[in-house]
Write a new protein. Sequence first.
Length: 89
Amino acid sequence: VQVSVVPLTGKDDPAGLFEISIEDDGPGIPEDKAREALKRGRRLDETKPGTGLGLAIVADLVNEYGGVLALERSGMGGLKAVVRLRSLQ
C-alpha cells in the first residue's frame, strides 16, 4: 500500500487544492465496474468479507466537502483511489 498527499497549487494559496492518493497491488477494479463499486452496499467480490460500505462512505464524504473521487489503475497493479479537495485553511 502506498499513500501520498500532494499540494496541487502553491502552498501560499489559501484555497489551494491537494490530492490524496492511496494505491495497492491487489486485483484492482475493472474500469467498467468502478461506478458500481461506489454504490452503498455493493460488493464486487462476494467471496471476500465486507459490507460494501467503504468506498461509498468515502465518496459521500468527498462529495460533502466539494471534492472529487476517482478510481484508477495503480502503477502497482491494483486500485488507486485519488481524492482532490480544497484546503480548509
